[in-house]
Design a protein around this ligand. Structure first.
Ligand code: ADP
Length: 168
């Protein structure tokens, strides 16, 4: 039976770290839903439609290369509810460092208590991309730094455009 995973995140913006996790998730799932969180009170730099469009563009080569089916959705509630809505049996998360580990494992366990039928799978970040964080990318871009090492070209353009507009 085909395995479906749900990878929730802000993807504000999508980074090479996220793409690494998506490409490696192809080894565990046949289909991956990228869930763009649009939670009230959490202000994003890039609007949700643009974040989805960017994800569609930059994940195309991964889908072609690996055969992974990738779908896209926004969600504004619990990740477990969104995962269930999309018939995903796995939630995929990335672990960069000890603080990710503490937070992600705790959240995975609370999600597991709420939804024992959904398993959270953690992928350790790859060495080349483990330092990348969307929040730092935004800070660097705000200060006029070059973020081309951290995010794809399409995302650089979206960040630059969003920085010129009032926040969402
Ligand atoms: P959130 O707002 O939930 O932190 P992010 O989009 O920043 O959303 O991250 C979503 C997921 O991707 C999290 O599991 C996070 O640990 C993981 N992630 C983010 N950046 C990286 C990276 N550079 N390498 C591996 N995983 C990452």
């Amino acid at each position: 039976m085909a395995r479906t995973g749900f990878y929730p995140g802000s993807f504000d913006p999508v980074t090479y770290g996220h793409l690494d996790i998506i490409a490696r998730a192809a080894r565990i799932v046949d289909k991956l839903i990228l869930g763009v969180g649009v939670h009230h009170g959490k202000q994003a730099l890039i609007d949700a439609d643009t974040r989805i469009r960017l994800l569609e563009e930059v994940t195309k080569p991964i889908a072609e290369h690996t055969g992974l089916k990738i779908a896209f959705a926004t969600f504004d509630g619990l990740a477990v509810d969104a995962a269930r809505h999309h018939h995903a049996g796995l939630i995929v998360r990335g672990l960069r460092d000890a603080s990710d580990f503490d937070y992600e494992v705790q959240m995975g366990q609370m999600n597991g208590a709420m939804a024992p039928d959904i398993e959270t799978v953690f992928l350790a970040a790859s060495p080349a991309t483990r330092m990348i964080a969307s929040s730092l990318v935004k800070q660097i871009a705000r200060m006029g730094g070059d973020v081309s090492l951290f995010i794809p070209r399409e995302a650089q353009a979206a960040v630059a455009a969003a920085l010129k507009k009032p926040p969402h």
